[in-house]
Design a protein around this ligand. Structure first.
Ligand SMILES: [Mn+2]
Length: 449
């Protein structure tokens, strides 16, 4: 793949010799770090560029962006592989660095693309969007090796760290300021544990998450000083803490859910937990501040202050949203729970709240959690599943929406997502009708089983 990236980089530089570059990237941490790597690379080359961050490559966005040709060169990162139909008959090529699923029959020589699925050894080459952007940057100049830290943030953002591919391993080796330590998946590993434990939402620790006294208690029990950080723990302290957390999560009982490697990176000249950086970047971008997220990645001091502000509010909202969700009246059925938060939880975090609840021991494995929250005149619906087995949530919502459309032909409802996490938007005025359809769909499935 590295050879292909070299060719790709040469072609790109040739093609963009006297033209400004338009970067289009995804709005999650991997997409943001991708854009940051590209921005830094082009700055160093003294090239003109602009950036657009999108949630998805909808047709209207593609059409809008293609109008920039031939005056600008389009480079898409962490997106694009599922939009090849729009690119294969253009007069000017579009350049794509992406790692998502791809239909290789749609690739032709009009499309300049790097995607590990297209290489002869996809497993070894498995990379994130940011990883590919980094390899592209490094191919342009070895000076860009320092951008490997941004690739590491993207790698953690897309959860590639549990099973490092060969190419990811190489990127990890390139990152000279990176330290990896075996431990428990609580973060940040660089802050006092009494705080990190209280704020630990994933994993969710019953009696500790959201509770200051609960956090103190678990530390007293294990004899760990309150202000020690996870990073400072001795092996013995670490294993005591793991046991204490496991006991509190006894119902779930799977050690692998809470164990993981700690990735510590020098960022803004201090040691930071990469999972924390990644969550912060994700939060800023999701809440509509992708510009701040990118500047933060480029270690801009002003952006750091703004990003930390946004992140603090985000964490507060998560913890209070979690409390609201726990206390709220729920619609409970066999194998499913519907939380209709209305305007009590922000739509931007309702999916995250459901994910957090799905890792709490409150619900049985396989339970489907549906969160609903208002978004102006619409309702955001998020579905998550407890554990790693169960029905395909995208299918559940698709079936619901199909039935719902039968009764409400003018609805805008459309489903996105995958097996373990899916969502959709519906009109607020159809709230009770949608819930009824959803309940019927969830109950029907139980009967079938
Ligand atoms: Mn990605």
């Amino acid at each position: 793949m590295l050879k292909e990236i070299d060719t790709f980089a040469k072609e790109f530089l040739e093609f963009s010799k006297d033209k400004p570059i338009r970067i289009i990237s995804h709005y999650d941490t991997d997409g943001i770090t991708s854009a940051a790597i590209l921005a830094k690379t082009f700055k160093r080359l003294d090239k003109k560029f602009s950036i657009r961050i999108v949630k998805g490559l909808e047709e209207s966005i593609i059409r809008e962006e293609l109008k920039r040709q031939p005056n600008e060169v389009i480079l898409i990162s962490d997106l694009g592989s599922s939009s090849l139909d729009h690119f294969k008959n253009l007069d000017y090529p579009v350049f794509i660095l992406d790692h998502h699923e791809i239909d290789s029959t749609k690739v032709n020589d009009k499309i300049k693309i790097i995607n590990h699925h297209l290489t002869s050894n996809p497993e070894d080459n498995t990379a994130t969007g940011a990883g590919l952007c980094y390899l592209f940057a490094k191919s342009i100049s070895p000076e860009n090796q320092d951008l490997s830290s941004l690739a590491i943030i993207g790698l953690i953002g897309d959860r590639h760290e549990t099973n490092l591919s060969k190419i990811n391993q190489q990127i990890v080796t390139d990152a000279q300021d990176l330290k990896i330590k075996k431990g428990i998946a609580i973060y940040p590993a660089t802050r006092p544990l009494r705080r990190a434990l209280e704020w630990s939402t994933s994993p969710y620790i019953p009696g500790v998450t959201g509770s200051g006294p609960g956090a103190m208690e678990i530390l007293r029990e294990t004899g760990i000083p309150y202000n020690k950080t996870l990073l400072e723990l001795s092996d013995e302290e670490m294993s005591k803490l793991i046991t204490a957390v496991m006991v509190r999560r006894a119902q779930h009982g799977k050690a692998e859910d809470i164990l993981g490697n700690l990735y510590i990176l020098k960022f803004f000249n201090t040691k930071e937990d990469v999972r924390e950086i990644s969550t912060l970047v994700n939060a800023c971008s999701r809440l509509g501040h992708s510009d701040i997220a990118i500047s933060y990645c480029l270690e801009n001091e002003k952006a750091k202050t703004q990003a930390l502000d946004i992140y603090t509010k985000y964490k507060q909202e998560l913890v209070s949203g979690l409390k609201v969700a726990e206390k709220m009246d729920k619609i409970k059925g066999k194998g499913f729970v519907i939380l209709n938060a209305k305007d009590q939880i922000k739509d931007a975090i309702v999916g995250t709240i459901c994910s957090m609840l799905s890792s709490s021991p409150t619900y049985e494995q396989g339970t489907i959690l549906i969160g609903m929250a208002y978004n102006k005149d619409k309702i955001k619906v998020s579905a998550r599943i407890v554990g790693h087995e169960g029905r395909n949530l995208k299918e559940v919502l698709e079936k619901t929406v199909t039935t719902f459309k039968g009764e409400n032909p003018q609805t805008i409802a459309e489903v996105g997502g995958h097996h373990f996490a899916a969502g959709c938007l519906v009109e607020k005025e159809k709230e009770s009708s949608f819930i009824e359809t959803l309940k019927r769909e969830l109950e029907v499935e139980i009967v079938k089983v």
